[in-house]
Ligand binder design. Structure first.
Ligand SMILES: Cc1cc2nc3c(=O)[nH]c(=O)nc-3n(C[C@H](O)[C@H](O)[C@H](O)COP(=O)(O)O)c2cc1C
Length: 170
């Protein structure tokens, strides 16, 4: 299946990227097609609330930026993986901006989702989990797995194996 990973980290060689690489390795070993979009370094503005998308725009956003690479991925992928470092108990601002822009399509076509989070401390995931579950409930999509690694776990072979095995299990 087609899989898109949205990497919210601005650190292209950071902890989130390492987990995504392991996930990709596992998924590709089973023939899945994985595209990683580096949302953390892309130019994506937050939703302006102008409602162009729900009026004249007919589901398209008035802002023409790197989100134009994300919309087709949301439409064509069977599985979307949100991957992000925890920034002050939330997603990174960059990924949050992209998520706010889902509003233009209301319910992305992808109906399978997963979440990969990294953080310094343990037990900092509640707000993101609540948002993620709320989105899935709203768009009537299925959660395939939530993977969370704090500073002691991230980069360990156990963590990398877990996400690699998840990719290979798809
Ligand atoms: C701006 C900023 C905010 C952060 N906020 C938190 C936080 O609230 N809780 C936490 O445990 N770690 C926090 N961290 C640590 C990162 O989540 C952690 O180092 C993560 O693994 C970085 O991932 P990356 O290498 O993919 O960028 C923060 C780091 C930064 C730079």
């Amino acid at each position: 299946m087609k899989i898109t990973v949205l990497n919210g980290s601005p650190r292209t060689k950071g902890n989130t990227a390492a987990l995504i690489a392991a996930f990709t390795e596992g998924a590709e070993s089973k023939g899945h097609e994985v595209t990683v979009l580096p949302v953390g370094t892309m130019k994506i503005g937050g939703c302006r609330g102008c409602e162009y998308c729900h009026t004249k725009g007919g589901g398209t956003c008035v802002q023409k930026d790197d989100m134009e690479q994300v919309y087709p991925a949301l439409a064509e992928s069977e599985l979307v993986v949100l991957a992000s470092p925890v920034y002050y108990f939330g997603l990174t601002g960059q990924l949050q901006s992209a998520v706010s822009r889902f509003y233009a399509v209301m319910a992305p076509a992808a109906k399978k989702w997963a979440l990969i989070l990294t953080s310094g401390s343990p037990n900092v995931y509640a707000a993101i989990e609540a948002q993620y579950k709320g989105i899935l409930n709203f768009i009537q999509a299925q959660d395939l797995g939530i993977f969370e690694y704090n500073g002691k776990q991230v980069g360990t072979e156990a963590a990398l194996r877990e996400v690699r095995d998840f990719g290979a299990s798809l």
